[in-house]
Write a protein that binds this ligand. Structure first.
Ligand code: TYD
Length: 224
């Protein structure tokens, strides 16, 4: 594909959306075309599924049915948004993707890893992120940040933010295991530092792994 596909993963309050916005701005300053999207959601039908799941309506179906619903949303998101953008040469920055299903439904929901692998294979049809940035920080700090954000916005906790601290500690371990299993695709970023430092670490990861993105899209000689 002509564009690069970058996913952002991590627990609650890791600062994914702030860092996605910062990375988008940096890339646009280099004239790189960028699309920001998110999961669950990112296409009209997937957004409908998002409202259903995060409203807590899928919880009683159990983690595997929930994984199927995230996968259904992902199929539409890939077809309608991600693949067309990548084909046209636009880089895609996605807030959560298939690793969220691995971590939340697979590890925490105790779904057999082989089953999650097969579900992922049929869902993704060969589309894999070029780079996955896992924003890592202690669960207590992430939850405190997420709580403060909700209080500012006057929102309540969603389906997953209502889980207790041990859930979020296990979530962190699940992400670290994913990174360990796929070191070529994943980079763990220490998100327990100030925003500028996290941004710098993310940029360093891109420079190393995807140098074609960190240079100007149009070189001065091409313009002449
Ligand atoms: P969101 O409000 O987007 O949370 P965040 O800011 O933490 O990304 O809600 C998405 C929630 O859905 C989040 O708690 C993680 C969960 N989720 C899964 O459990 N499985 C998945 O496959 C995806 C994409 C998200």
């Amino acid at each position: 594909m002509a564009g690069c596909f970058i996913t952002f993963e991590g627990g609650e309050g890791a600062g994914k959306s702030t860092q996605i916005e910062r990375l988008k701005n940096r890339l646009e300053r280099l004239a790189q075309p960028v699309l920001v999207t998110r999961e669950p959601g990112g296409s009209p039908h997937a957004e409908e599924i998002r409202a259903f799941i995060l409203g807590g309506h899928a919880k009683h179906l159990g983690p595997f049915a929930e994984a199927l619903m995230f996968a259904a949303a992902r199929i539409d998101h890939l077809d309608q948004t991600i693949v067309p953008a990548l084909r046209s040469g636009t880089h895609v920055l996605c807030d959560r993707f298939a690793d969220s299903t691995r971590a939340y439904q697979g590890s925490l929901g105790n779904i057999d890893k082989g089953l999650i692998d097969r579900l992922e294979k049929v869902t993704l049809q060969g589309v894999k992120p070029d780079l996955t940035l896992i924003l890592d920080l202690p669960a207590e700090i992430g939850l405190a940040r997420a709580g403060a954000r909700q209080a500012r916005k006057g929102e309540g906790a969603d389906r997953f933010e209502e889980e207790d601290i041990s859930f979020h500690q296990s979530l962190r371990q699940a992400y670290l295991s994913i990174a360990e299993a796929e070191p070529k695709r994943c980079v763990v970023v220490d998100a327990n530092q100030d925003l500028d430092e996290v941004e710098t670490a993310i940029w360093a990861a891109l420079c190393e792994r995807l140098p074609q993105m960190t240079e100007h899209a149009v070189r001065p000689l091409d313009v002449a």
